[in-house]
Write a protein that binds this ligand. Structure first.
Ligand code: ADP
Ligand code: MG
Length: 441
């Protein structure tokens, strides 16, 4: 195993981050390690966690999670995220197939800004645990915008307010896994009974069950049974219910029947707020470390994808700074984050759009920019123009020039036409979404 790990993470990483860990036992599915500091544990968990779990699970398949402890108690008091201890599962809950809650994902550590204030308010309301007013609460938004964080925060708070409440959190994937397992082991009755006996059910990333017919069916029944008992259900997905393809209509309308709130992409202020909060936590842990003015602002400006990437960048900065004993300044940013900055620089080009669209409709690139007006070429051409307008900062005349020297009014007409068609024609809508996702990937 050691040589395997070494090969994958590299000699240096192995020496710096893996070797200092001391294995100190198994607890349930959790492999426990001693780490020199909490920061160290966090870093290992963020950067090598999944890989280490896969390695350990190769030897002992029951291992599903890692935990890092610091031998020295004084040290762990300064742990940035240690505010809420992980609650040990109570015996009555042991049968429940929920996923563990991340102790860092609390309301305290969630930074609220314009893009997420509604979702946060709704989550807070549900976490109060009063009479069920909206069922389900449906949270949606792009990757890394805080859906899982908010769900865990709700679970923590509900449990803190009422330790007897049975709160079950799991991903839709785990739901399916349990369901298939129950089928295989002929234990469907147990499965049904267990899911129907919880007080609060939270299913994360529900888009996963789209297209999986029998899992959908079972989910639907579970859902109805709980709603009938007036039990709170909280669902997350990466898009709105009516945008999830291959979902049965009755499920879709069930999902829409409560409160649907979305987490919008972060804005600069929220990103800066998150960075400042996290930097504050790290600084409490590393009192000697300085951060130059402008560094956090630069990161908030440049890394606009998702919060996970933003956090990863900050973690890495602190790790490097503490390793080399230097302050966090712009030099260090460029040295240690070159790859992240390069990735966030990626801009979508007109060329790329034209190629992707031609591929998608199975026509030649020359037909996209060429003069032929038949529908088979004209429609894809308009789609491509539309995407250029949406995804690049090019002006209409510029776009026109790149489409075989067309006039800007032609481009404008094409863009308008596609806007109309998106409303009327499901196929066009689907094409556009698919192309957009492929281009932004
Ligand atoms: P999602 O489930 O939407 O993909 P997560 O909830 O896993 O995203 O969030 C990704 C990371 O970003 C987590 O570490 C989370 O703590 C952090 N994060 C996201 N939004 C916020 C926020 N508003 N305040 C603090 N941390 C956040
Ligand atoms: Mg998530």
């Amino acid at each position: 195993m050691q040589s395997n790990i070494c090969k994958t993470v590299g000699d240096n990483n192995y020496k710096t981050w893996i070797k200092p860990l001391k294995f100190c036992g198994l607890d349930g599915g959790v492999a426990q390690f001693h780490a020199p500091t909490n920061f160290f544990g966090n870093y290992v968990s963020q950067n090598f966690g999944d890989f280490l779990i896969s390695q350990i699970a190769g030897v002992n398949p029951s291992v599903r999670r890692l935990a890092f402890k610091v031998a020295d108690a004084a040290n762990s008091a300064a742990e940035p995220h240690a505010s809420k201890p992980e609650v040990a599962p109570q015996p009555a809950r042991e049968e429940l197939p929920g996923a563990p809650l991340d102790s860092r994902f609390t309301f305290d550590s969630f930074v609220v800004g314009k893009p997420n204030e509604l979702a946060h308010a709704a989550a807070k309301r549900v976490a109060e645990g009063g009479p069920v007013t909206f069922n389900p609460l449906f949270l949606y938004g792009g990757v890394g915008l805080g859906k899982t964080h908010l769900m865990h925060a709700i679970a923590w708070e509900l449990r803190a307010r009422n330790p007897n409440l049975v709160v079950l959190y799991l991903s839709a994937e785990q739901f399916m896994y349990r369901f298939v397992q129950a089928l295989r082991e002929r234990r469907m009755m147990d499965f049904k009974e267990m899911f129907r006996s919880v007080d609060v059910l939270m299913v994360d990333d529900v888009q996963f069950i789209a297209g999986k017919d029998s899992t959908q069916e079972e989910f639907f029944h579970t859902f109805n049974a709980l709603v009938d008992q007036n039990k709170q259900i909280i669902i997350s997905a990466d898009r709105a219910p009516d945008e999830i393809k291959d979902l049965e209509n009755r499920i879709r309308s069930r999902l829409q029947s409560g409160l649907v709130v979305d987490l919008h992409p972060t804005d600069y202020e929220l990103r800066l707020g998150i960075l400042q909060t996290k930097a504050e936590m790290y600084r409490a842990h590393y009192p000697g470390l300085q951060i130059d003015d402008g560094v956090l602002e630069f990161l908030a400006q440049r890394i606009s994808t998702n919060v996970r990437v933003l956090e990863g960048a900050l973690t890495r900065l602190f790790a490097f700074a503490s390793l080399v004993g230097k302050p966090i300044n712009m030099d260090l940013v460029h040295d240690s984050l070159a790859d992240v900055l390069r990735a966030s620089e990626r801009k979508i080009s007109i060329d790329e759009i034209q190629r992707k669209v031609a591929d998608h409709y199975n026509i030649r690139l020359s037909d996209i920019v060429g003069p032929k007006r038949v529908r088979t070429f004209a429609r894809p051409r308009q789609v491509a123009m539309y995407l250029c307008k949406q995804l690049t900062s090019r002006s209409l005349p510029e776009i026109g020039r790149r489409f075989g020297g067309r006039d800007h009014t032609t481009v404008m007409h094409g863009v308008r036409r596609i806007e109309e068609l998106r409303q009327q024609d499901g196929q066009i809508e689907e094409d556009i979404e698919m192309l957009r996702r492929a281009l932004e990937a």
